[in-house]
Write a protein that binds this ligand. Structure first.
Ligand code: ADP
Ligand code: ADP
Length: 213
């Protein structure tokens, strides 16, 4: 199973991708997570990406495509994958088409998770995630049992520096202008599965399972 996950920041892609990965035994490839790992390790790629990420702007396509190209060489992806946060522009979608062609692969589904902007801002400003295992929390909708600490491994939770209201508003604009139009790239191939991303996590997950059948 090969899936592209489209949806604005805060729509719940990471939360839902983790559930899909468990049930379908496929890998999650999140370009945001990969970039943050590079940033934390202080790699050349991380240094290049930092200024874009802090302002909520897209990292240049060439940087993203070479990073994803490297990931595609890894055997772990051979059982299938869910691309979370990639592609985000037309050149990235073209680059993905090329990578798929080289590996004689095709996509099975493009999930589009839809949530109104007002709800996205509420979700993102209250998002926290585990610094070790990456588990995603929300101070309002899905708080940890103990303040600031991961339920699973006791590690401290982090508040992403781009999850402030000001940056979120820019990220939503960037999604509308540059990423949402990708629906038109995948529509002619019959791959688009629109999912209502409002309601509780399990309810949304059931909608996704129905769409993947
Ligand atoms: P994305 O990967 O699309 O940016 P996340 O999965 O990180 O989104 O979710 C963003 C925030 O919204 C997190 O704090 C998460 O806990 C919360 N969240 C996810 N799904 C829901 C939901 N159905 N209802 C309320 N909050 C949610
Ligand atoms: P969210 O889950 O909230 O949508 P991500 O973790 O996917 O956010 O991305 C965080 C930031 O990383 C983006 O605002 C952007 O700067 C950068 N980024 C991630 N993926 C891409 C991509 N495919 N192309 C360009 N920039 C990206």
């Amino acid at each position: 199973m090969r899936i592209v996950f489209l949806g604005p920041p805060g729509a719940g892609k990471g939360t839902q991708a983790k559930l899909i990965v468990k049930d379908y035994h496929i890998r999650q490839l999140s370009t945001g997570d990969l970039l943050r790992e590079n940033l934390n390790r202080g790699t050349e790629l991380g240094v290049k990406a930092q200024a874009y990420m802090v302002g909520g702007n897209l990292v240049p396509d060439s940087v993203i495509l070479s990073m994803v190209g490297e990931e595609f060489q890894k055997p772990e992806l051979s059982a299938g994958y869910i691309l979370d946060g990639f592609p985000r522009t037309y050149p990235q979608a073209d680059g993905l088409d090329q990578l798929l062609k080289e590996q004689n692969q095709s996509l099975d589904h493009v999930l589009v998770l839809n949530v109104p902007d007002s709800e996205l801002i509420r979700r993102l400003t209250a998002r926290r995630s585990c610094s070790e295992c990456g588990h995603i929390y929300n101070l309002v909708f899905n708080p940890p049992k103990l303040d600031g600490v991961c339920d699973h491994d006791g590690s401290p939770l982090i508040h992403r520096s781009d999850d402030t209201e000001e940056t979120v508003v820019n990220r939503l604009k960037v999604y509308q202008n540059q990423t949402k139009p990708l629906v038109d790239h995948y529509k002619p191939q019959g791959l688009i599965r629109n999912i209502d991303g409002t309601g509780d996590v399990q309810e949304i997950y059931q909608r996704i399972l129905t769409a993947l059948k």
